[in-house]
Ligand binder design. Structure first.
Ligand code: AMP
Length: 443
């Protein structure tokens, strides 16, 4: 199958060819004809599957072939994204695909001044990529009208709900024209997503391109057990030993990112960090420098790293495991993209065993553990497997108390190891739930 056989017009084929896209990915093969046919879409596809072109390319074709010219302050297609980084990323892709088309594209998001965005919208924009909060601000300030809207895309819808945007989405829903095409993309389909889809979509075509852990297939993953306090030391050791060139490192908190960057910079390592407390311009600069290989190590929180797309990123390190198991898939999806292979290493301490178990259950695999010499943890990480069980070794048998004796003298009866072995030597302790329990606070 080629893009031409999917019925795409020549200017789009030329743009895709220039980008080196030769064959449609599975999500593109299914989504492109459906969108061209005007269908609503509900697609289970995660980052790395080529989903952006899956919705953007046919959408651009429809805008070129059908509908009136955009009028002042209007938009004809709206792509909603959970974060600024993803909005920038999606917009960059859309602009590339639209290079030879007579269409205008633009991205709006919070954290930067609204005035230039209002100015830009005055003439109208064919494709607007937006985060929900800023879109509502612009609408309320009459800088934006949605009556010309033909197509709405909800990109990473699960993530928008996770980040607490359900109210914003409900507000946006009320602002939309009834007659429109709606495309919903989500890595997962929780009850909340299905509810949203039920409201927003009409007779949608469901597309599930692959099992959720597809990104895992091209990514070699393993775990290095280590004590929490020695993680930074282990990271530097592994980095030097493996001569890592470019690494994206995930830390759980903003403070964690800052501490790691300070530590690495203190050792003369070229590192930078991105997290939600940093101004948008600083985050973008750090990303650009990392993409241009001017920064060797980029440390990021999950939210800040959304939408980060770097060709051939060879390595992702989970300095901390994510609290939401699904974030693991998003994280490792930063490497092994578009058919390349990558490596994802997780430094895991005993405290994180339940998160490890949830990840293994979600990805239906038991991650290989590799102990690093001289870094063997004092606090053992209990065994885990894909069934979601955390397996704890039985405690060592205690020396029974003896009357009269005590101290170090061996007067009582020792429990022989053979007697203990009569019991199961490893015992499943409890079932660990997947960590995606509900909406989280906006970061
Ligand atoms: P996405 O899942 O949309 O974030 O895309 C992941 C990566 O795959 C991006 O770097 C795209 O440029 C790339 N990509 C998307 N579609 C294709 C294709 N058909 N052939 C090669 N690369 C692609």
């Amino acid at each position: 199958m080629t893009f031409a056989t999917l019925g795409l017009i020549e200017p789009l084929l030329r743009a895709l060819e220039a980008l080196g896209y030769q064959t449609p990915t599975p999500v593109q093969a299914q989504a492109i004809p459906a969108v061209l046919a005007g269908r609503d879409l509900m697609a289970a596809a995660q980052t790395g599957t080529g989903k952006t072109a899956g919705f953007a390319v046919p959408l651009l074709q429809l805008l070129t072939m059908e509908g009136p010219k955009v009028t002042a302050n209007s938009v004809r297609a709206l792509i909603l994204c959970p974060t600024r980084e993803l909005a920038e990323q999606v917009h960059a892709s859309v602009a590339q695909y639209a290079e030879h088309l007579p269409l205008t594209t633009y991205a709006v998001y919070g954290g930067v001044s609204i005035n230039p965005q209002m100015m830009k919208l005055r003439k109208g924009v064919d494709v607007l990529v937006a985060t929900p909060g800023r879109l509502i601000d612009l609408f309320r300030q009459n800088a934006l009208k949605l009556n010309q809207l033909q197509t709405l895309v909800l990109d990473e819808a699960d993530r928008m709900l996770d980040l607490g945007f359900s109210e914003e989405l409900a507000n946006i829903y009320r602002m939309l024209p009834k007659k429109r095409q709606t495309l919903l993309f989500s890595a997962t389909f929780s009850d909340d997503i299905r509810l949203l889809a039920g409201q927003m979509l009409i007779d949608p075509l469901s597309i599930e391109v692959s099992p959720r852990n597809v990104a895992a297939n091209t990514v070699k993953q393993w775990v290095v057990p280590v004590d929490k306090k020695r993680k930074a030391e282990l990271f530097v050791h592994l980095m030097r030993k493996g001569k890592w060139k470019q690494v994206l490192v995930f830390a759980k908190t903003r403070n964690g990112v800052d501490a790691m960057v300070d530590k690495l910079q203190g050792l003369g390592i070229n590192a930078d960090g991105i997290h939600g407390d940093k101004p948008q311009a600083t985050r973008q600069r750090a990303l650009d420098r990392f993409k241009a290989s001017e920064v060797q190590i980029l440390v990021a929180t999950d939210v800040a790293a959304r939408g980060l797309d770097i060709e051939d990123l060879p390595m992702v390190v989970n300095f901390d495991l994510p609290i939401v198991a699904e974030d693991y898939i998003h994280r490792i999806g930063r490497t092994g993209r578009a058919g390349n292979t990558g490596e994802a290493i997780s430094l895991v301490c005993a405290d994180e065993v339940n998160m490890l178990s949830a990840i293994e259950m979600l990805t239906r695999q038991t991650l290989t553990r590799k102990m690093e010499q001289d870094f063997e943890p004092e606090h053992r990480v209990p065994d885990t497997d894909a069934s979601g069980q955390v397996v704890k070794k039985p405690k060592k048998p205690k020396k029974p108390k003896t009357s009269g004796g005590g101290g170090k003298r061996n007067l009582g009866k020792w429990v022989e190891s053979g007697e203990v072995a009569a019991e199961p030597s490893i015992k499943p302790v409890r079932k660990v739930p997947v960590f995606n329990t509900g909406p989280r606070k906006k970061k």
